[in-house]
Design a protein around this ligand. Structure first.
Ligand code: PEP
Ligand code: MN
Length: 340
């Protein structure tokens, strides 16, 4: 359940309440909004709920107590009605901003990474993406440069000032990846890797959680809840396409997920039209659609020479396409009241 404090509640009243809740054995999570504080209480047995609602509502500094029946609580809209805004090295994710993350699927060499970083930085990207630990359906494909790739990403950040995002696939690598990255990416194949979710939940760095390719919206929000339940509320959701019977495209972009997540959760929602379509000719149109539907940002694979990319070349934008897309996105963002 959540306890919504009165706007006039003092820090001492809030602390006495949280001490009391913890003494009863409940998990306590605070959401400090501009107007009021909301206290998320985890672990209240169903049979006690109505009695607890009455008891806490009687406190003079409590405005309202709401039992939450959904299987996700901390990532639900009610816990932070105004929406989460995450600040990554000065870049705001969520709120009225459209944030663009761009870069290669995989870090291949210093030359290609720096060339891409310089270009996307000069052409409107806010964050640099690049894989160092790559998941692959085939055990025989390229699995990334590992720590050497992380070092190159950090160098690209020093060079351009762009924050970086990269995938972590294994609980054993969370610490190592965290030494370099600004945002952890959890890929589609690991959305239900609950020990990994817990591990990044214990880290104090933002996490982008991609939707599992066969997961429902509710399962995805419960995966996000794993991260939040460890005390890390800086989560970005990313719709990257789901598997359907359609095989002209690599996946099917579920545009419904964008407004649905906005309704159900306070977390920022991104779109990944690269993996959703698998085809560079479709990426721009789907990007425009995602932003029009309310996405808080995009993650776009971009490569100096897509034909020669070691991974995901067919869905990687050329520099020309990336520049044109940013130009076309600006009026769409403005039309939905956002800035890019
Ligand atoms: C990626 O971003 O390169 C990637 C592997 O994405 P996904 O997990 O969505 O397939
Ligand atoms: Mn990729």
């Amino acid at each position: 359940m959540i306890i919504i404090l009165d706007p006039g509640a003092t820090p001492e009243q809030r602390d006495s309440l949280t001490t009391d809740l913890k003494a009863r054995g409940y998990g306590v999570h605070l959401s400090e909004g501009v107007e009021r504080t909301i206290v998320g209480v985890i672990g209240t047995p169903d049979r006690d709920k109505s009695y607890l609602v009455e008891q806490f509502e009687a406190l003079p500094f409590v405005e309202r107590v709401v039992p939450i029946l959904k299987p996700y609580k901390l990532v639900g809209r009610a816990f932070k009605p105004e929406g989460t805004v995450i600040n990554v090295n000065g870049v705001k994710i969520g709120g009225g901003n459209v944030c663009v993350m761009a870069g290669p699927c995989t870090v291949e060499s210093p030359e290609m990474l720096f060339e891409t970083a310089d270009f996307v930085k000069a052409n409107g990207a806010h964050i640099l993406r690049g894989g160092a630990f790559k998941p692959s359906t085939s055990p025989y494909s390229f699995h990334g440069m590992g720590e050497a790739g992380l070092q190159l990403l950090a160098e690209a950040r020093d060079r351009t000032g762009l924050a970086i995002i990269t995938e972590v696939m294994d609980t054993r690598d969370v610490e190592l990846v965290g030494k370099y990255t600004d945002i952890y990416q959890i890929g589609t194949r690991n959305m239900t890797n609950y020990s990994l979710l817990r591990e990044v939940g214990n880290a104090r760095k933002p996490v982008m959680l991609k939707r599992g390719w066969a997961s429902t919206i509710e399962e995805w929000l419960q995966a996000a809840e794993y991260i939040a339940s460890q005390g890390n509320y800086e989560i970005i959701l990313c719709e990257r396409g789901i598997r359907t019977f359609e095989n002209y495209t690599r996946n099917t972009f579920d545009i419904n997920a964008i407004p649905a997540i906005k309704e159900l959760s306070h977390l920022p929602i991104f779109a990944d039209p690269s993996h959703a379509t698998g085809k560079r000719s479709l990426v721009s149109a789907v990007s425009l659609g995602a932003v029009a539907a309310g996405a808080d940002g995009l993650i776009l694979e971009t490569h100096p020479n897509p034909e020669k990319a070691l991974k995901d070349g067919p869905q990687s934008l050329s520099f020309q396409q990336f520049g044109d897309l940013i130009r076309d996105l600006k009026p769409i963002a403005a039309a939905v009241g956002k800035t890019l």
